[in-house]
Write a protein that binds this ligand. Structure first.
Ligand code: SF4
Ligand code: SF4
Length: 368
């Protein structure tokens, strides 16, 4: 396993971090639960493989991931860097942030986080939520009282906001989206690293979308899909600002595969430059880059916004047009699927600032 400095914190972090959002699940009746035995065994296997960073979120794993992480950490708490986050969608009243962190520590059965921060914020959301809940002051107090050691944030906003958040001077780490088809945060990440923050990357494989190679990448670089994840991870790790790439792993095979990729090391200069040249040409393909976060949902008129965009990306980025059209027809044929009434309710909720109404029209024109 490769290890990197986590900014200027003095911590050494594994280049591959464990994201706990895709733990093995099991069905009981019509409900999904984290399979605790499997999840704990998997995380302990990952820790034994050299991974020393785990990222938690209150809602991950149907709100049970933290319980599994806590069990996996028993007997090895001091060997693993533990990060947690205050979920903005759960912040409504004064004191909510404090109640959340106390609840999370209880679920995890630990007495502190190594890092704790604001989940999925930008400049405006940080302060608009603070007006209602006072979460900024509560966050500082919780750190002063030892509930966590260092403050961080995960980022969903215009890339220019990274600089403003970093300049607040509160943070030791940022977690943000970055992969070879979405490099919008690259400059902000470099600024954060220059200011001494650790930089963790979420979505290095684009939420699974880069587990298949876009045809142009396949053709130009002479690769096949077996190398897709490797290319995506090694690209992210070739960025000197990046301390750690997070992967939501759900099996031993994924741990083994990702760990082996990291052991190969980042892309070398030639590989990186070849890809960079191609990416400049591919940039136009990523105009519609929906991350599938679903913050825009539910649509009051029952439009499956993210699913439609996912299919558009299958056509646009991957060139899988026939499959995308067939799946789109099946989607439209469902009783539950509605039509966009252009009410605009979804627009301010999209962290990628996608013009959802226009893109839905374009999607329909191409796939409908
Ligand atoms: S603008 Fe269209 S997609 Fe967005 S919430 Fe309204 S009906 Fe749904
Ligand atoms: S349209 Fe925007 S908010 Fe909706 S899933 Fe895509 S990225 Fe997320």
């Amino acid at each position: 396993m490769q290890y990197n400095d986590l900014g200027t914190t003095g911590l050494s972090v594994s280049a591959l971090g464990f994201g706990s959002m895709r733990l093995p699940m099991t069905n009981i009746g019509d409900m999904n639960f984290v399979d605790l035995d499997q999840a704990v065994e998997l995380m302990q296997y990952a820790f034994d493989s050299g991974i020393n960073y785990v990222d938690c979120g209150f809602q991950y794993g149907n709100m049970q991931a933290e319980i599994a992480v806590g069990r996996a950490l028993r007997g090895r708490r001091d060997q693993v860097i533990l990060t947690g986050k205050a979920t903005k969608t759960r912040m409504a009243n004064q004191g909510d942030m404090r109640r959340m962190i106390e609840h999370q520590l209880q679920r995890l059965q630990v007495d502190h986080f190594d890092f704790y921060g604001f989940h999925g914020v930008g400049w405006d959301t940080l302060y608009s939520i603070d007006e209602k809940t006072g979460w900024i002051d509560q966050m500082h107090r919780a750190r002063d009282e030892g509930l966590f050691k260092r403050m961080c944030f995960s980022f969903h906003d215009e890339p220019s906001s990274i600089r403003k958040l970093v300049d607040l001077g509160w943070f030791d780490m940022i977690t943000c989206q970055y992969n070879y088809l979405d490099r919008r945060n690259q400059e902000g990440m470099a600024y954060a690293a220059e200011k001494g923050l650790g930089v963790c990357v979420m979505g290095p494989v684009g939420g699974g979308r880069l587990s298949m190679l876009p045809p142009p990448v396949q053709e130009r670089l002479g690769m096949d899909d077996a190398e897709a994840v490797s290319l995506a991870l090694r690209f992210v790790l070739a960025n000197p600002s990046v301390s750690c790439a997070l992967s939501g792993m759900s099996s031993r095979d994924m741990v083994d595969h990702n760990a082996a990729v990291v052991d190969r090391g980042p892309l070398d200069d030639k590989e990186y430059q070849d890809l960079e040249r191609l990416l400049a040409e591919l940039d136009q393909l990523a105009d519609l880059y929906c991350t599938g976060c679903e913050y825009c949902m539910p649509c009051p008129h029952h439009v499956s916004i993210s699913r439609r965009f996912q299919l558009m990306n299958q056509h646009r980025v991957w060139g899988c047009t026939r499959q995308a059209r067939e799946a789109y027809q099946r989607l439209l044929a469902r009783d539950a699927e509605g039509e966009c009434q252009e009410c605009g309710e979804c627009l301010p909720k999209c962290p990628q600032n996608i013009d959802i109404i226009e893109q839905l029209k374009e999607t329909h024109a191409v796939l409908g």
